[in-house]
Ligand binder design. Structure first.
Ligand code: SF4
Length: 268
């Protein structure tokens, strides 16, 4: 058993999740920074807003009496103020959330689906590892079919290809089959900002591929293989902190100009 397995906080039982697999695939060194060195990624407005909306909908669906006023109460209770650059920016996000929830509420009122679970935890054995995750929502329709969904709060709707390749949805499908005992008839990402669901499907082969990807990542983590993937440095939150980064922080243009002028003066 690798040192990392002994070091983690899971009572010697290594747990892997979609977020961990995703972080490792992005860059093994990034995985190390987050999960071994406990370096936190900075909270930004999008992350903060995403947490608020997820929490709001979880609270809203956890109780009876689902009125618009109650949804707004849940929104206010769940609001997270961290990560916004200015109070104006926070207010703009707040209004955006209200509009998003208004569209959500109207669709919800028209749907005949029963919402079975929101933020449903799962815990599955994959080989010698435990795989954990949370499914945003599971619905059951009057005809007995099931729909599972992942909420996204960013403004852009992904294209079909990106939804078809999404690894998280494959793990959801796996969890439904092996833990909850049903085959999801419909799988989708619910893009709340546009009130649009994009549907996809997963075959047994897709699930097996996802398991192989997770197992490979878990094995490499156990071996403490932190070989950096520098092709992602530009998109990485640690690009100016990481010793393996290819990105160099440059002074702002005005400061750079002043520095150049000082050098010229010194030379003359
Ligand atoms: S900055 Fe580059 S090397 Fe460092 S963790 Fe991020 S992607 Fe990996």
């Amino acid at each position: 058993m690798g040192k990392q397995l002994r070091r983690n906080n899971y009572d010697n039982e290594f747990k892997i999740s979609y977020s961990r697999v995703n972080a490792y695939i992005f860059c093994p060194f990034r995985y190390k920074l987050i999960y071994i060195d406990n370096l936190h990624t900075p909270v930004n407005s999008d992350i903060s807003f995403g947490h608020t909306i997820h929490k709001t909908l979880e609270q809203f669906h956890s109780q009876k009496g689902k009125t618009w006023n109650f949804l707004m109460e849940c929104y206010d209770d769940s609001w997270k103020s961290g990560g916004f650059l200015t109070p104006i920016s926070a207010f703009e996000y707040y209004l955006r959330g209200q509009k998003m929830l208004s569209n959500y509420f109207n669709s919800f009122k028209q749907s005949d689906a029963e919402i079975l679970y929101t933020e449903k935890n799962f815990d599955a054995n994959i080989g010698k590892y435990k795989f954990v995750g949370i499914i945003d929502r599971i619905d059951k329709y009057p005809d007995g079919t099931y729909e599972i969904m992942d909420y996204k709060t960013h403004s852009k709707v992904w294209n079909q290809e990106k939804v078809d390749k999404d690894l998280q949805l494959t793990f959801y499908a796996y969890a439904c089959k092996t833990i909850f005992g049903f085959n999801p008839d419909r799988i989708c990402i619910y893009f709340l900002s546009q009130n649009k669901k994009v549907y996809t499907a997963r075959t047994q082969q897709d699930i097996e591929n996802a398991i192989n990807i997770s197992m490979t990542a878990a094995e490499k983590i156990a071996e403490e293989n932190w070989t950096p993937n520098r092709s992602h440095c530009q998109q990485c939150d640690f690009k100016y902190k990481c010793r393996n980064s290819i990105c160099v922080r440059r002074p702002p243009k005005t400061a750079q100009k002043q520095q150049e002028q000082q050098t010229i003066v010194q030379k003359t």
